[in-house]
Write a new protein. Structure first.
Length: 281
């Protein structure tokens, strides 16, 4: 009987219980937001969300829809807890990060509620490992209030276009300047590093751009140190949606397709660089 089909110990009392035939689907998405040790986890009937923050300026969210799991049950409207993400990833990859052809690590996960650990039951090749990961009181998170009605500019492009940009631009620059405009240069990425300034322009009819919805010209700068963690998600993704609101807050939403063709999303929110904005005043 496969692990995913077995009832977990105490599953009847669990607020959250989930099973996954391949734990790598979960660990790869979580690695895309792993730039701080701790994360806040939210579970609803729609799925599982893991949020990581740094410096009160950047927030990453990994969304794993309920359909990705073979079983996903939440007994309350929402279940929330804080966890050490580094420890969780170590447990999920306890059998290694790459399995042998034809084998995978099955996962069963359960959480009984406040004060209880997150229980992980992992099985590969007939070997079962049980991990208990301590949970903590969730902390208040930043609210970027980034709803679709407040979006001023939005561009969807193939991820390879952004990967090439990050490879070509001068990453000794402290900031990445993003210009989005209904007129030329349409979409421009600029850096100001040791070798001088560098610009990369994308015409709106570029083969890499799948959607272009720009209502006004915006130029904002973002600290590269805050954007660098998002390159983990960029490396896994096939498409990226770049959005800004009237205040210049940036949303990078990465669409990630796993080995089974299922879709997950990782979203990064980033504040504009206040020092750069003040220098321009």
């Amino acid at each position: 009987m496969p692990l995913s089909a077995q009832p977990a110990a105490g599953a009847e009392a669990s607020l959250l219980s989930a099973s996954l035939d391949n734990a790598r689907h979960l660990s790869s998405i979580l690695r895309a937001v792993h730039f701080q040790d701790h994360a806040t986890c939210f579970a609803t009937t729609n799925g599982f969300r893991v949020t990581v923050e740094a410096a009160k300026c950047v927030q990453a969210n990994a969304f794993i829809q309920a359909e990705i799991f073979q079983e996903f049950a939440v007994q309350e409207e929402s279940v929330t807890f804080r966890i050490n993400l580094s420890v969780l990833l170590d447990c999920l990859t306890i059998f290694g990060t790459s399995s042998l052809p034809g084998t995978s690590t099955a996962l069963r996960m359960s959480y009984r509620g406040y004060g209880y650990p997150l229980m992980l039951f992992l099985e590969e090749g007939g070997v079962v490992t049980v991990c208990k990961v301590n949970t903590q009181e969730p902390e208040e998170l930043l609210d970027f209030d980034f709803c679709s009605t407040k979006v001023v500019n939005k561009i969807i492009l193939q991820s390879e276009g952004l990967r090439e940009a990050f490879a070509e631009l001068d990453m000794t620059s402290e900031v990445l300047q993003i210009t989005m405009s209904p007129d030329k240069p349409y979409f421009r990425l600029s850096t100001f590093g040791n070798a001088g300034s560098a610009h990369l322009d994308y015409p709106r009819d570029s083969d890499l751009i799948e959607a272009f919805h720009c209502n006004q010209t915006q130029t904002n700068r973002y600290k590269i140190s805050l954007l660098k963690p998002s390159t983990k998600a960029l490396a896994l993704s096939c498409k990226v949606s770049i959005r800004t609101d009237a205040q210049g807050f940036l949303s990078l939403q990465y669409m990630i397709r796993n080995e089974d063709g299922q879709i997950c999303f990782v979203e990064y929110y980033c504040c504009p660089d206040e020092d750069a904005a003040e220098a321009e005043l």
